[in-house]
Design a protein around this ligand. Sequence first.
Ligand SMILES: O=C(O)CCC(=O)C(=O)O
Ligand SMILES: [Fe+2]
Length: 356
Amino acid sequence: MAQPTGSSTAPRRNFAHSLFWYSVNMMSRTLRHATKNTNRFRRHVYHRARYTSAGRAMLAVSDVAASPRDAIQRKSAVVAYNRRHPNTRMNRQDGYAIVQPRSLPGSDEIIALSLRLFEEKKRRLEAAIGPDTELHAKKWAFLRSVLNNQDLAQHPQLVDFALSDGLLSLVTNYLGTIPHLNRVDLLYSVSHGGEEAISSQIYHLDPEGRRQAKLFLNLRDIGPDEGPFTFIPAAATSQLINVMKRRRASDDESELAMGRYLDEELAQAGGLDKSISVMGPAGSGVLVDTSRCLHCGSRVKPGTYRLCLYIQYCSSREHGNLFDYSRHAADPVRYLATSNSRRSANGQVAAPHQMS
Ligand SMILES: O=C(O)CCC(=O)C(=O)O
Ligand SMILES: [Fe+2]
């Protein structure tokens, strides 16, 4: 850093010069650290708020307060849309709708396309080393995202299926708003080689929003060995969580992360027999509110795999895929459902959701 000079005062000047640059470096490092910690703190507060009803209410208010015009637009659009497409299949109290094969219009073509894309990508997916962060690497060991934004741009039928009246109306009637379409993907689940459940294989609630809807559509026959998506209906979930929270409060030893519940803890609270595993042939599936229904999945046995079409609709603004919203410029409902995705333009989406 210090430039060599020929004069006798050079060593002292060099020293002062180095000291100056050292201090500048230290200062900018400290600032960088402080910003990083502030962001981490903000994320932490936000994450915690999502697991209490008071916190969720606060987030709902802050979502509306952040963009009241957007909230009003969504509300008025949904009233008109739901009037045209009434649908009570997704139960408000229990937060889910089981999908029978062929019950969603257009699903046969989408299943065929998804399987073709998976075959094309499978080899590359298996050879890939996976993401470089510890969190994503852990998830990558058993749960892999197959499609990226480019795939969705090349195969808009997938997005059109996600936004088709036959599917979207289940979500809008349940959520009471035009949701943000957040993710469209194929989830490829394999055995991670161990017996123990890790990450989202452990029962949990998702952190996004107060309500959301996720479609898990099986793309091949799924039995117990293929690690079916498994959930507890919302009404039973809230009763169980109250019981388990009370138990945890009186147990100093409990160190489990908020929003995560081990099978043993659920069994003790009488909850495991309330769980539903989504098994069946290709085309079977579930549309489920993973913010309100405890769930887990991808507990795949060695030698087999699970493949699902995965579509996420959020009531809150989240980070997900980038969709070509210009295709929907003349359709207010679809435009509202996709236009927020421009905020994800530069991001990589590596994990199906942000749970650690
Ligand atoms: O792998 C699964 O079935 C569960 C994934 C999950 O927890 C989620 O997508 O929210
Ligand atoms: Fe989840």
